[in-house]
Design a protein around this ligand. Sequence first.
Ligand code: GLN
Length: 497
Amino acid sequence: MGAVIASLFAVFAVLFGSTGAMAAPLAPATTSVTAGTSNAAAAAVVVTSADGKNYVIGTDTTFAPFEFRDSSGEMTGIDMDLIRAIAEDQGFTVEIRSLGFNAALQALSSNQVDGVIAGMSITDERKKIYDFSEPYFESGVQMAIAQNDTEITGYESLKGKTVVAKTGSEGETYAKSIAEQYGFTVQSLDQSATMYESVKSGNAVAVFDDYPVLAYGIAQGNGLKTVTDKVPGGSYGFAVNKGQNPELLAAFNDGLAKMKADGSYQALLDKYLAEPKNTSGGSFFDLLGQSLPALMKGLGNTLLVTGISFIFAMILGLIFGFMKISQNIVLRGIATTFVNIFRGTPLLVWAFFFYFGIPQITGQPVSIWVAGVLTLALNSGAYVAEIVRGGIQSVDPGQLEAARSLGLGYGKSMQRVVVPQAFKIMTPSLINQLIIMLKDSSLLLAIGFAELLYQAQQIYAANFRVTEVLIIVAVIYFIAIFLLTKLANYADRKYNR
Ligand code: GLN
């Protein structure tokens, strides 16, 4: 509780206090997440070594053959093998965070990760905010359409149509650069799997993605084909935040050079590019069996984050709920402001703010659990405050008067007479709020929190079986919420009668 209040104060201090920090939120923070050099000017000079350190590396969810999950759910691919081999050679360890491409870049900007390897193209724009390694793979953008599409023969056929591209990617930049000329609309999605699914289902006519990835997918039989030439450009590089972790970048370059020299880099490429494995086979029950362990882990996180957040939401709700009915105008004002702020702003804004915003302003990374719990607890706390206020106010005022006339003080009358009755009235709404919160917790996937829907995305991003995986997830949510409701109603009957 103390920690939450302290963090709350920190947030408000940031919001209403130091305008200096707000004025330059994009300036690279000078504090390093790990023990690197804190002097940005010395970035070019390697003063420490990466040896013995552990680095958090952000990556895309799926960008096969560069990063994807194998059948056992492990992140694999060229990028993954490359960073692990270099880590081993250079004596550091890595912790991979599969966040999605755009989220990985945001996490790098906010120092939530130390580096990004995600088939990330080295561009002049990006060089302004990140430091890149030597290039390790030639790439560029290409367009792909559904295999059975005979209408689209080139960019000219795109007039009036919608195409998809990945948020924040080079494919998106390229598609947007020619959109006006050819008269099409660009819709941005976060994942390769959903982009391809969009095209196959006819929601979009084409996808703009990197050609090595399209070629790999097409060879795997993902149902797409290409009809236009590739647009050359953009080699892939490993990135760190500008001026941060120079020793990691140096170690990467050194390891890469060694691997190129002794042929192990070529062997790594051959391993993935020679014979793309078709991963999309198997019956529904195979899929269920394979995905259940990861989904159960996700469900565990969903329940845990919901449970913890609900406790904090109740505490906040009780405090602010009572403040709302207080005689004191200042307390009422504070409570009303709290409720208005958190009820009047989307949950996702706060998730991004706590996870990406705060670290960018303060230079201090925020744990994903802290960000997740703060987001859910503050949002729900506002609703619980209103439930508490409503519950207390709906107890007949005569009850309080009667208690007082029997000689009980205000506090005792509230505690013994009003609150127990109010609690009974509030219970159904509180159960409702708990269920809403459980469902809302799925939004935390946007910051890479490994809850149930996030795990599902990771799975269909790898095997492209979007519909089936979503059906499984919906059933799991339904059962979980059904059981939770039964349990809550049982407790309600037992203790509130
Ligand atoms: N190479 C592209 C880019 O850097 C796409 C990367 C990706 O989707 N993972 O923008």
